[in-house]
Design a protein around this ligand. Sequence first.
Ligand SMILES: Nc1nc2c(c(=O)[nH]1)N[C@@H](CN(C=O)c1ccc(C(=O)N[C@@H](CCC(=O)O)C(=O)O)cc1)CN2
Ligand SMILES: [Mg+2]
Length: 294
Amino acid sequence: MTGPRIIDGKAVAAEVRAEMAKKVAAIKSKHGQVPGLAVVLVGEDPASKVYVRNKGAQTVEVGMNSIEHKLSAETSQDELLALVDTLNKDPQVNGILVQLPLPKHIDAELVLNTIDPIKDVDGFHPVNVGRLWIGERALVPCTPTGSVILAKSVAPNLSGMDAVVVGRSNIVGKPMAALLLRENCTVTIAHSRTRDIENVVKKADLVVAAVGIPEFVRGDWIKPGAIVIDVGINRIEGPDGKGRLVGDVNFAEASKVAGAITPVPGGVGPMTIACLLKNTVEAFEMQTGLSADA
Ligand SMILES: Nc1nc2c(c(=O)[nH]1)N[C@@H](CN(C=O)c1ccc(C(=O)N[C@@H](CCC(=O)O)C(=O)O)cc1)CN2
Ligand SMILES: [Mg+2]
């Protein structure tokens, strides 16, 4: 018996970056401009520092301009709002990303809603959320976009599939459902209050787990042959007392049943930054009317 197909997020993310590097080079040679991405970090959260460093490095690697603003944890909300306003007005900045989480004294929703929707490369602004749901051209959240790319890497046509999204957050679960609907899936959003969740998930040809609970989805919830996309990144203590990363799916169990499955780490995670680069190119094209082709 052959095992499940392990979906290699690192490899697919490298393909997306290579595609973006080609596009950026074509834009540069045709129009003499390159897209610019501004990333704002407030405070000293160690994981956030790593993600911001990786975002800057990968932005430069594909040939775009990276602008980093590292602010102290004591930065006031007004100072942050003023910086966002300056970036909104700067024509060299095509994409703005404020790294989350923000310190507790700052209203994250207010800050995110202050980003000009056309520069909102996270796709979190209500204008982009609305555009996504009504099928207009929008900047779409990176993690759900990456998750769809991974699902399509093993099943290029998702049309007609029963998809169950476990989790209803604004940044993953809900946009994920909108994107799968756009792919003509029949979409169910399950969550912590869903009755008989095992049997809801069991009907799915495609399961996306984004609930934020380590190993929540068990192997016997998975329909044999289903595609399983695990968005969770949870740091837990292993039996040896050392920290390890696990997803929202019990991988050891689910991989015995699934047709294809993403690992954690090395699945959805690497796609998040690759899709951020993709959104920055998209934002540049929307703002300037210039593209790699014309
Ligand atoms: N403004 C935003 N803030 C945050 C986002 C976001 O999309 N926009 N997402 C996360 C953090 N994040 C990017 O910002 C991110 C998280 C994880 C990964 C990743 O590649 N993970 C690896 C494992 C890394 C590890 O060992 O810790 C993997 O899954 O293989 C990339 C980006 C919260 N904040
Ligand atoms: Mg992963």
